[in-house]
Design a protein around this ligand. Sequence first.
Ligand code: NAD
Length: 352
Amino acid sequence: MTRDFVYSTSPAHIVFGAGKVATVSEWIDRIGCRRALVLSTPHQEGDAQRLAETLGSRAVGVFAGAVMHTPVEVTERAMEVVRQTAADVVVALGGGSTTGLGKAIAYRTDLPQIVIPTTYAGSEVTPILGQTEAGRKTTVRSTSILPEVVIYDPALTLGLPVGMSVTSGLNAMAHAVEALYAEDRNPVSSLMAIEGLRAFQKSLPAIVASPQDEASRSEALYGAWLCGTVLGTVGMALHHKICHTLGGTFDTPHAETHAIMLPHTAAFNAVAVPDMLAPVADIFGGSVGGGLWDFARAAGAPLALKDLGLSEGDLDLAADIATQNPYRNPRPIDRPSIRALLQDAWEGRRPD
Ligand code: NAD
């Protein structure tokens, strides 16, 4: 077989290390900015205020209103603060929701972004923004959305509750699993995906056993960077389509939905592309779907959609929506198979 691929790399600075949050000021200077607006969720406002204090005169304000799914109304309130403060850079401290707000501001203003991720969702290294308006989520992709600087500091993730650490890690792993069979994959995206899966296989059980272990937190952030990078580089398929359907139509929680669906969608596609998913079976042991399910269960992840408030009656509509608008997937999609897959996930059954 002759090799045939396109490889493009993201023009971002990735900074890794315990205590590296102390270098935010230095990075503000390095990218030629002077007026930073710090962003966070209400829950992380204290951390955002402390970060702003360390920036001294470089900080012009804190906006702590970020919420899940980047509603346009919240972005508009933040834009008002951007204008009032004449901010020339946004510093997002938090998970995917805060990163999303920073991206939404950058999309409208082209302001540079410095992101300090505190979950493993991986949004900080993608040029993708999902935002909601009147309850509808739309996704845009643009180079202005990709953050310029990402500072991964494990010390800031020690307080991420164990349950969220696990579901957030499985969310990131889903990016890597789908990257392995993406039509536009390349040798580097596959290497990164496999290394990202290995990092989580090693770190998540260690975090469950010892949440304050900085080395395991660092390994999980390393996994987040790798898995997020492949999400930003190659196309996603069945798994992400189903999770968007469930989150968008039934408002199921983002990371938990990914965590529950991953073993089922991976098992479904392993039938069509066993060679491409062989690394998943090697890393997690046993079959592709069974190995991922056993790993998720041992880490205490939720396993059944019925535990997320979804009723069995919702599965018909979910199967309809998830199979509308044909999209790329390594195994052909038909409604009866997807309905059966959703039933298994709803019941929390272990895939073979
Ligand atoms: P989140 O950002 O919504 O965080 C959940 C809660 O945990 C928030 O209250 C947050 O303040 C808190 N939190 C975060 N880090 C913490 C820490 N270290 N300690 C204590 N509390 C902490 O959750 P998420 O799963 O990271 O992000 C989900 C969002 O990200 C969704 O809207 C999803 O669509 C988006 N996302 C986007 C992309 C992309 O590429 N565009 C990729 C992945 C996720």
